[in-house]
Design a protein around this ligand. Sequence first.
Ligand code: ADP
Ligand code: MG
Ligand code: MG
Length: 207
Amino acid sequence: MDINLARAWVHTIAGAVAEQKDRLTWLDSAIGDADHGTNMHRGFTAASAALDGLVPDTVGAVLIGTGTMLLSFVGGASGPLFGGAFRAVGQTIYTPAATTQELAEALAAGLAEVTQIGAAVPGDKTVVDAWTPALAAFRHRADAGADLAEAALAAADAAEEGMRATAPLQARRGRASYLGTRSIGQLDPGAASTALIFRALADAVTA
Ligand code: ADP
Ligand code: MG
Ligand code: MG
């Protein structure tokens, strides 16, 4: 991943979130407070716009800048989670380009930050349920010597599968956990956003 691809990733996420804003909010209306699409749209619109004024010299600078904007503009539970995650991903890449293996380690740092902040484990019906299988798939391909396109496509597929697997779960973290068993049967909105983020990576890589 080089600086241009990092930029393209953020712009692609912003486009996907804009397109899926109503769906994300609709998912959050079932088990939350119906603001997830609005939150993510506000954050990624700001992050994407901020990139235009930035002349980064590392991949990390792009992603740290994005995370900082998300922290300021997303709000809710997901602001610190995605903001912290992007900052953590960026903080591991101090170079103008990262190898696919280095990006795997960066994505692992992002998940570690989400876990550190939110204390969710797989099965709690959160962002973690999409990010964990996405990272595993990405790493598996990277370790086998696959190129970034193949790793990113595998990660996007795994994230979507992880998102779908949140439906039968009962939420144990975040607002949806207040619903108890009534959270069962709905997709987790944050896992849906995470799937968008990994699909956007694959799309940006293969564009
Ligand atoms: P809020 O719930 O504050 O309105 P959002 O609607 O933007 O915030 O985001 C909700 C999403 O945040 C949930 O669908 C879930 O994926 C994620 N989330 C909430 N709490 C946690 C947590 N502790 N760990 C990981 N993800 C979480
Ligand atoms: Mg919400
Ligand atoms: Mg809210």
